[in-house]
Every structure is written in C-alpha cells, then in structure tokens.
Design a protein around this ligand. Structure first.
Ligand SMILES: Nc1ncnc2c1ncn2[C@@H]1O[C@H](COP(=O)(O)OP(=O)(O)OP(=O)(O)O)[C@@H](O)[C@H]1O
Ligand SMILES: [Mg+2]
Length: 373
C-alpha cells in the first residue's frame, strides 16, 4: 500500500448506485468517529445494469470529479455489490478449517446456489459452530465476476486503491444497527429495506445480526417508468413528476384532473406489489420459527434509499403492512459526530447515505481491531 508508506491512508466509502453515486468519508478523532465529508452525484444514464458497470471509464471519471469537487482526498476506497445476481446466504457446512473450506468453497457453494459457478466470485465467512452437531454456520456470498470486477476497475481507474468489496446489506446493517448509539435494535427483529432505483433490498436483522436478504426488482425506476408510460414523457420528465407525488390517497379519492393524483394512480399498484413482496419476505422469515415465537416478530420496518423519500410512503406502507415504518435517520441515533456537515445536506441525503456510511466504517473497524490486536 503506497498510501500508507508515504503518509496516512485515507479511505472513502463509495456506493455506486445505478441512479446515484455516493461518497462518504469518516475519520477517527480524539472524540470518536466523525463524518468529515460526503458527496452525491447522479450516475450516467444506462451506465449500470444488473449491478454491472458497463461504462467503467466514464463512471471512474465522474467519481474522480465528484471527490475533487467535494474536497475528498483519499487513496483507498471500499465499494459494495448487491442486486438480483448477488447471492447472500447463511448455510451449514461440516466443520472444517478455513483453508480447507477455501479450497472447496466453489464446489460446496454450487450445492446451495443455482447460478453458474464458473463466472462467479465466491466468498465466505465462518460464523461459528452449530450447537450439538458436527456442522458450522457459514455466510456465503456469490456474485458474477463482472459485478465485482467492473466496480474494482472503476475505483482503480478513479485513482483509488480498492481495499474491500462489501455487500450492501452488511453495509446498511453496520451503519444503522452496529453504529447505533442506542441498544434499541439489539433485542428485537427489524426489516431494513433499501429502496433504490433499480431494486429494493429487504434485509432482516435479528438481535443486531443479519438474518436474511432478498432482492425485489421493483423500485424507483419502476415508478418513474409507470409515470413515463402514463404521460408519454421522457424518463427525466417523468422523474420530476414522480418527485412531486404523494403516496397517500386511496384510488377512489383520486382527482383525475390533478397530475399528482394521476401519477399516484399508476404508481400505487407497483408500490402495492412491492409491499406484498416485502410481506412475503417477512412471512418467509417468520415461517422458520415455531408459531407464536417472539423471536420471529418483526417489530419495525426501516426504510433507506432514495425511494424512501417519496412523500407519505412511511404512513402508506405502515397501514398496509400493519408494522411500524420509519425512514432511517442514520446519523440521528448513530455514534458518529456529524457537526462538520451542513444539516440541510444530511436531511436531504441522509437516507441514501446508509450504504456509503457503512462502507466508510468497515475499514475503520478493521483498523481499530488491528490497533487493539
Ligand atoms: N423525493 C423522492 N420521491 C420519490 N422518489 C425519489 C425521491 N428522491 C429520490 N427518489 C428516487 O430514488 C432513487 C434513487 O435512490 P438511490 O440513490 O438510493 O438509488 P441507487 O442506489 O442509485 O439505485 P440502486 O441501488 O437501485 O442501483 C431514484 O429512483 C429516484 O427517483
Ligand atoms: Mg443503492
């Protein structure tokens, strides 16, 4: 690592979304962790599909410009993967050493994962022994090589050393649960739902631990495309109309003269379908426990991602799911000092910074463990 030879290694978390790129920089100070900088910029249209960056050079140039304009100086970066092609699953394997599992992990993973192993990158983490058995729990992550390496290449081409490739689900859990200044989520089960542009991730977290993640292909772009078809406008125009819309009325109250009402009429069925899929994920999680077990009760839904900014979405979703729904305010309850960053920036972009914040925190946690060791 040249950066560390010639001075301090500074790391930035970069969340390369299909609609928006976010950068977050956090530093350890004498008074704890501090958010020192953050930046957001739109991703070029069509640059990313199904998690793969097709336009690596342009995306890299944009990242470079974004960091420069925001005054973020970093030599290392951490990014994440997610999407329909990324598989994250907790599975059981016979007890074996990490070295032996590494040799056979692709073969073992192929028993649990249906997609082709040849073009996949497979990583794992041994979580611990299954009590009273000769098995152990392992977190398995598999993703197409293109999803991983197009991101690594974009960071490199932007002049950053890619330090780690994380999974978005883990990153959100880190920023919202592990770095929560309260113990609120350590003895309950919650669904952390990231509603982006191309997909929605449902992450169930039980007693602070990852339990499951599911990817649903309904998100911001689905809503914008519905408005686009309704109005015959360009995607960008439909996007602006969508941002003005409120998720609140029932269909029979709709005034068809009012453009917001007309947009809502075409978005509502899609949002309802998404909510049904979220309900299915919660039911699937709960089906793994004996009926009535308190461990299975999902007490709250917490929304992150740009589509969580749709006006009225929390109340609407809460009524449909009959679960409390909150928009994540990752910095309100977190152990990270945010005084340096303008309040308006955080209130506007807070929900979309969850992944980037978790990425920025990842390397810091590794660093602090190294210091303790
Ligand atoms: N006020 C708003 N109302 C409704 N939707 C919004 C609002 N603000 C942003 N969005 C939507 O949020 C989406 C972008 O969110 P985000 O930045 O989380 O996505 P992304 O991370 O780039 O996408 P993905 O992770 O799916 O690749 C866009 O679809 C955008 O239209
Ligand atoms: Mg995203």
């Amino acid at each position: 690592m040249l950066g560390s030879l010639f001075g301090k290694e500074t790391v930035v978390g970069i969340d390369i979304g299909s609609s928006c790129i976010k950068a977050v920089q956090i530093e350890p100070t004498a008074h704890g962790w501090e958010l020192v900088n953050a930046a957001v910029m739109p991703t070029r249209p069509e640059a990313i599909k199904e998690g793969v960056i097709f336009n690596v050079a342009d995306v890299a140039a944009d990242i470079k410009t974004m960091l420069k304009n925001a005054g973020i100086k970093a030599n290392g970066a951490i990014c994440a993967i997610s999407g329909p092609q990324v598989i994250v699953r907790q599975v059981q394997f016979p007890k074996m050493s990490e070295a032996i599992l590494r040799k056979s992990v692709k073969y073992e993973a192929s028993k649990h994962i249906s997609s082709s192993m040849e073009d996949s990158v497979v990583e794992f983490q041994i979580l611990g022994d299954v009590p009273d058995s000769n098995m152990m729990n392992v977190m398995l992550v598999a993703a197409p090589r293109d999803v991983v390496f197009s991101r690594v290449s974009a960071l490199e081409a932007a002049g950053l050393e890619p330090l780690v490739v994380d999974v978005e689900a883990f990153s959100i859990i880190r920023s919202f649960i592990e770095f929560n200044a309260t113990d609120e989520y350590l003895d309950s089960t919650v669904a952390l739902i990231d509603m982006g542009a191309s997909h929605t991730d449902v992450n169930i977290v039980s007693c602070g631990e990852f339990a499951l993640t599911r990817n649903i292909p309904i998100a911001g772009n689905s809503f914008t495309n519905a408005v686009k078809s309704l109005t015959g406008s360009l995607f960008e125009e439909a996007e602006i109309m969508k941002l003005q819309m409120t998720a609140n009325q029932s269909l029979d109250e709709i005034d068809i003269e009012d453009p917001n009402s007309r947009c809502w009429r075409v978005v509502q069925p899609l949002l309802d379908e998404l909510i049904r899929e979220i309900r299915r994920s919660v039911n699937y999680y709960q089906s793994q426990f004996p009926e009535g077990s308190s461990d299975s009760h999902v007490s709250k839904v917490i929304l992150t991602g740009g589509s969580a900014r749709m006006r009225g979405i929390d109340t609407y979703m809460s009524n449909k799911l009959t679960i409390k729904v909150e928009i994540a305010d990752i910095f309100k309850q977190s152990a990270i000092n945010v005084e340096r960053i303008p309040k308006e920036f955080l209130s506007e972009h807070g929900p979309i910074l969850a992944v980037g914040t978790g990425l920025a925190l990842k390397e810091l946690m590794v660093e602090s463990k190294r210091k303790v060791a």
